[in-house]
Design a protein around this ligand. Sequence first.
Ligand code: GTP
Ligand code: ZN
Length: 339
Amino acid sequence: MSKRKLSRQQRWRIEKIQAERARRAEQLDARDADRLAAGEYGPEQPGRVIAHFGRTLDVGPEGEGDAVRCHLRANLEGLVTGDRVIWRAARDGSGVVVARAERDNVLERPDARGQLKPVAANIDQILIVFAVEPAPHANLIDRYLVAAEATGIAPVLVLNKIDLLPEAGGELRELLGRYEALGYPVVATTTARADGLTALLARLDGRTSVFVGQSGVGKSSLIDRLLPDEELRIGALSKDSRKGTHTTTTARLYRLPASDGGELIDSPGIREFGLVHLDEQQVTEGFIEFRDHLGRCRFRDCRHRHEPGCALLAAVERGEIHPERFASYRRIVDTLDES
Ligand SMILES: Nc1nc2c(ncn2[C@@H]2O[C@H](COP(=O)(O)OP(=O)(O)OP(=O)(O)O)[C@@H](O)[C@H]2O)c(=O)[nH]1
Ligand SMILES: [Zn+2]
């Protein structure tokens, strides 16, 4: 937390700005109430937040149709891209969002002050992209999986650049086999061949997805191929990402042209997902093959290191937990201790 104290004058200015904002929101809300009462808005209809800029949102109707620029009723706060909402169209082509539906799940990221803030909602799957080059460390994949499990959103492993894969597949194939055995879907892709995205497209169909993964694995290349018309915008997005400007950091929802209702939510912030802070319990539960064994250790506060009667260590002994996954678990927990 910042120790810097605000001067009285700064405090006064901030209070003044906040009061002005609140007054404007109230005015807008009073106007809405009048217009709603006067029947100037059409009937309530379901929609989905496509993008948001403060209190202004783009809302897409369910199914086909263009997005409508909407504002929010004053009693609605913190909507994010992907939220399902109820909105009403105005005669001038704008709209007003009147309610938010319950969220299935939400993706959060720490803001500048380290507080978790929602960035996107109602996501069906997190596509963890890694590549033949730069070669993935199993530990990094495990970190992403743990972070995904903590959100409750299903992870999918996407191995990109398979055009660079050696004939026999080598160690990477073995590594992937391990994750498939745990029940994680693995999809192989390449942007170097016309048919290199077939398996991915099938996976995206009918779902809302986000792409995450380390730099250089090919996220931009994959998204450019999936959204050819959006190429320029996406390109601009990734180039500007480090500047952190308002419009480029906001998450956007894209409908996939080639599929049946498949959607993509993307932003530089989302792509960096996986680097969030987790606690030890989340890490332990994030290793899905541990779950059957948890709560069975002799000591209730077992940390699964050298304790006698540790159910996890016994499962490693019996070959039910892969020793490398267990080593990876240890490494992740140890880095938590350092921070
Ligand atoms: N051989 C091969 N190269 C690829 C493939 N996909 C992407 N690349 C290359 O990999 C490099 C990195 O791709 P990007 O799409 O920029 O990767 P990114 O994950 O978006 O990286 P950041 O923007 O840094 O997060 C580029 O030089 C791409 O041309 C592929 O399927 N095969
Ligand atoms: Zn234990």
